[in-house]
Write a protein that binds this ligand. Structure first.
Ligand SMILES: *Cc1c(COP(=O)(O)O)cnc(C)c1O
Length: 422
């Protein structure tokens, strides 16, 4: 495989090609194929962007049909039949059945674009600058989204320009199981000399993806909603990675029965790996003036075509949701086994997650990298996350077959055995 072109031309900033240094040429479902024809099971799936698998046939058909009839590809944010089709599908299949009443803002097509837009709107509506974020949270890498993002790797590369407007409080479990971290948040809010500027909003992931599959408790989330409500703070749920069915419900916050003021979606929203994001907001928060926040690529029509097709294909009933919970249990059991094998071998490890968003925390990035590296040698693509990359994380397509899931898990088992064996 010829890789010199990349080595010569691509910026040093590249990431995933370092862990998986082959050239991929084909992808289908939960499988990627490299230029030598070698197949890999994909447990990375675009970091949660391919919940319905690579080149999903139903979605591909909708896309090809739309293109074949000269459907509008780009139209700024003008009305198109594609946009109406998506809005109607979202309303009928997702919002109405869940009793949710949201307006939709289409910012630029990436997750960080949605985080920026929501943060800006919260500040505008509340006329306050501060955004409360949680330790290990990740919301994107542009300056506004960076303020509530915890990881120093990103925070320290601004050339000294401060990332202002964010205050961190500990996420659920951050201080150990015995401490409810919201006691601290609530105490600060009630203390006139606690040092916390009254926030416009709190932004939170229900399961932290990049932060290392940290799972917040359902009561904790419900309590957070109450604290926000009592203190006139908007609750923004960043569902960019945990949403679109990943945890076993379309929105990850449904498990806790909370109703956020704003919701961020991206990654698997188009269903096909096409760039697409939106901010859902309670109608009274829609205080934007026309054109006050813009962007050339707001609402990519091709992405809305596949997004509508994905909703119709997978969210007209609860078949997929139930299947995610079933497969999640399979992964959970296998990960628990691997964690205890590692622990018994003197490498303390534990399993955690919700639905098909799961990880094994092996406590050091070094061990996690070794596991991921060995897995790759045997034909499995699986990445790490967490502050030190210490969590091996499974984000396999939700539509993965049982056979492929089994194959991926047994490769991971082999990798763990090899790492234990030295
Ligand atoms: C990936 C991610 C983002 C950023 O999305 P990009 O498309 O990479 O800008 C924001 N929040 C969460 C929770 C994410 O997982």
């Amino acid at each position: 495989m010829q890789t010199q072109t990349f080595e010569r031309m691509e910026s040093n900033v590249r990431t995933y090609s370092r862990s998986f240094p082959v050239v991929f040429s084909k992808a289908q479902g939960a499988r990627l194929t490299d230029e030598n024809g070698r197949e890999y099971i994909d447990f990375l799936a675009g970091a949660g962007t391919l919940n319905y698998g690579h080149n999903n046939p139903e979605l591909k058909k909708a896309l090809v049909d739309y293109l074949a009839t000269d459907g509008v590809v780009h139209g700024l944010d003008m009305w198109t039949s594609a946009k109406r089709e998506y809005f109607e599908a979202l309303d009928e299949l997702i919002l109405k059945p869940r009793n949710l009443d949201y307006k939709i803002q289409l910012p630029g097509p990436t997750g960080t674009n949605a985080a920026e837009a929501a943060i800006r709107l919260a500040r505008k509506v509340k006329q306050r600058h501060n955004i409360v974020a949680f330790t290990n949270g990740f919301h994107g890498i542009t300056m506004g989204a960076l303020a509530p993002t915890g990881n120093r790797k990103f925070r320290e590369n601004t050339g000294g320009v401060p990332t202002v407007g964010g205050s961190f409080v500990p996420y659920d479990g951050y201080m150990g199981d015995a401490i409810d971290t919201l006691d601290y948040f609530e105490k600060l809010l009630g203390d006139k000399s606690g040092g916390l500027d009254l926030p416009a909003a709190a932004i939170v992931e229900t399961v932290q993806g990049e932060g290392g599959i940290n799972v917040s408790g359902l009561e904790w989330l419900k309590r957070l909603e109450g604290i926000c409500h009592d203190n006139d703070i908007l609750l923004i749920i960043d569902d960019i990675q945990a949403g679109c069915g990943r945890t076993g419900k379309f929105f990850s916050f449904e498990h806790a029965g909370v109703v956020p003021d704003m919701v961020l979606n991206s990654k698997s929203l188009s269903g096909f790996g096409l760039p697409f994001s939106h901010v859902l907001m309670r109608p009274e928060l829609d205080q934007w003036e026309p054109g006050q926040y813009n962007g050339t690529f707001r609402g990519f029509n091709l992405a809305m075509i596949t997004a509508a097709a994905a909703l119709k294909q997978y969210w007209s009933d609860d078949t997929l949701a139930k299947d995610v919970q079933r497969k999640g249990k399979i992964v959970e059991e296998r990960f628990q086994k691997l964690a205890s094998q590692l622990t018994d071998a003197g490498m303390p490890a534990s399993e955690r997650g919700r639905g098909l968003m799961r990880g094994i925390d092996v406590e050091t990035g070094d061990i996690a990298d070794k596991i991921s590296g060995k897995a790759f040698e045997h034909g499995l693509i699986i990445e790490t996350s967490g502050q030190d990359g210490e969590v091996v994380k499974c984000l396999c397509p939700l539509t993965i077959t049982d056979e492929e899931l089994e194959k991926g898990l047994s490769i991971l088992e082999t990798a763990v055995k090899e790492v234990i064996g030295g």
